[in-house]
Design a protein around this ligand. Structure first.
Ligand code: NAD
Ligand code: ZN
Ligand code: ZN
Length: 391
């Protein structure tokens, strides 16, 4: 089959690779109809995650048709021909974490858990297409994928919604939603979102759906801010104004009630990535890697507010503003998204027309053009917000 693979730092390549096979009784094989490129893929491609190997199949946002079902998948659960969206965390459904609906912390899904333990001092769950640190599972930017624990993860789509309407249930819609949900939004709340990428856009829409009075979008890309503005959010360009001052201005001097970091490792600062690569190998994060979206969020949030972090971080974080966090009684919440928790309720919101996930799609390309998709998404060319690939 054809698959988009990692070919060294800052390089992806579509190659012929072996078709996936059922390896475990609870696996299914999915023929992929749509898959997407995510900001998290940029961390991998840029070398932020040092456990990528040449030829690793990328991609953790995908959906398609079940073409083969393992013998231990319950017969009333999935069948050949079913249309499914696959959540990015691989979760067993039975461990203590899964039982508590902390699916992205599954204790049984990463056969390489020792690598993360050694690098970060804590284990990580399995994730599709996310390097050997998270299990070495082949990803979904491909024609087919093996989906483990198929009786836990995939969501069957039985209505006639298009791929574009449901694909993002695999990751970024639940992630943006979880970012907003962790804020415990009250009707008078002003919510500020750092990052107007795909995750940030869905955090903004979710904040509104959850009742926020006003939502502020912070980024530096004019076209991304414009996209947020068109959806009814208030744009703030951090290249043009001092973010904290502008936020105080917009909130009567108190700061936003809730702040969401949808930036993380700063996928856009390419040179910092390369310079940081060797240090990251030792799992050390320093000031020069500039986690400034998070720092700004903590420094801007009003007393007693919530800072919700869905941007991805790894390893250690230096220069954390512990003083502002402590003295202003802030609550800090975070996590890789527990996607399985949100798929059904968000599908219902899509069906009711409360959220339109298609609004962020700017590019639809054949799988073979994945390298171009990565290029324009990473470098913010052609006003690219979200690329959907068609294998
Ligand atoms: P993206 O790279 O398209 O978007 C990031 C945006 O942040 C860009 O538009 C960039 O211009 C902006 N930005 C950079 N520095 C900023 C700053 N200091 N202040 C404000 N904005 C800034 O990526 P995306 O797909 O939207 O993903 C965003 C983040 O969410 C990434 O870190 C990604 O890994 C993470 N993510 C987390 C989860 C999860 O489960 N928690 C899931 C998916 C993605
Ligand atoms: Zn993603
Ligand atoms: Zn589990």
């Amino acid at each position: 089959m054809r698959a988009n693979t990692w070919a060294g730092r800052n390089k992806v390549e579509v190659r012929d690779v072996p078709d996936p096979k059922i390896l475990n009784g609870r696996d299914v094989i999915v023929r992929i109809t749509s898959t997407a490129i995510c900001g998290s893929d940029l961390h991998l491609v840029d070398g932020y995650v040092p456990t990528m190997q040449d030829g690793d199949v990328l991609g953790h946002e995908f959906m398609g048709e079940v073409v083969e079902v393992g013998p231990d998948v319950a017969p009333d659960w999935l069948h050949v021909g079913d249309r499914v969206v696959v959540p990015f965390p691989i979760s067993c459904g039975a461990c203590a974490a899964c039982s508590a609906e902390l699916y992205s912390c599954c204790e049984n899904s990463n056969p390489n858990a020792g690598i993360a333990e050694k690098m970060f001092g804590h284990p990580l769950a399995g994730i599709f297409g996310y390097s050997h640190l998270t299990g070495g599972f082949a990803g979904g930017q491909a024609q087919y994928a093996r989906v483990p624990f198929a009786d836990v993860g995939p969501l069957k789509i039985e209505s006639d919604l298009t791929d574009e309407q449901v694909l993002f249930l695999s990751d970024i819609l639940p992630t943006g939603y979880m970012g907003a949900e962790m804020c415990d939004i009250q009707p008078s709340d002003v919510v500020a979102v750092w990052g107007a990428g795909p995750v940030g856009q869905f955090a903004m829409d979710s904040a509104r759906v959850l009742g926020a009075a006003r939502v502020i979008a912070i980024d530096k890309e004019p076209y991304r801010l414009q996209m947020a503005e068109q959806a009814g959010h208030i744009p703030v360009n951090f290249d043009e104004v001092d973010v904290r001052s502008r936020l105080l201005e917009l909130t009567g001097g108190r700061g936003p009630d809730k702040c969401i970091d949808a930036v993380g490792l700063e996928a856009t600062h390419g040179s910092a990535h390369v310079a940081a690569y060797d240090r990251i190998k030792q799992a050390v994060r320093s000031e020069t890697e500039r986690p400034h979206a998070l720092r700004q969020a903590i420094m801007s949030c009003r007393s007693g507010g919530v800072v919700s972090v869905v941007g991805v971080y790894g390893g250690l974080l230096d220069k954390f503003p512990a003083g502002a966090w402590m003295n202003r009684s802030l609550t800090l919440r975070t996590g890789q998204c527990h996607v399985q928790r949100y798929m059904k309720p968000l599908l219902e919101r899509i069906e009711r027309g409360e959220i339109d996930p298609t609004r962020i799609i700017t590019h639809t390309l054949p799988l073979d053009e994945a390298p171009h998709g990565y290029e324009i998404f990473k470098n913010k060319q052609e006003n690219c917000e979200k690329v959907v690939l068609k294998p």
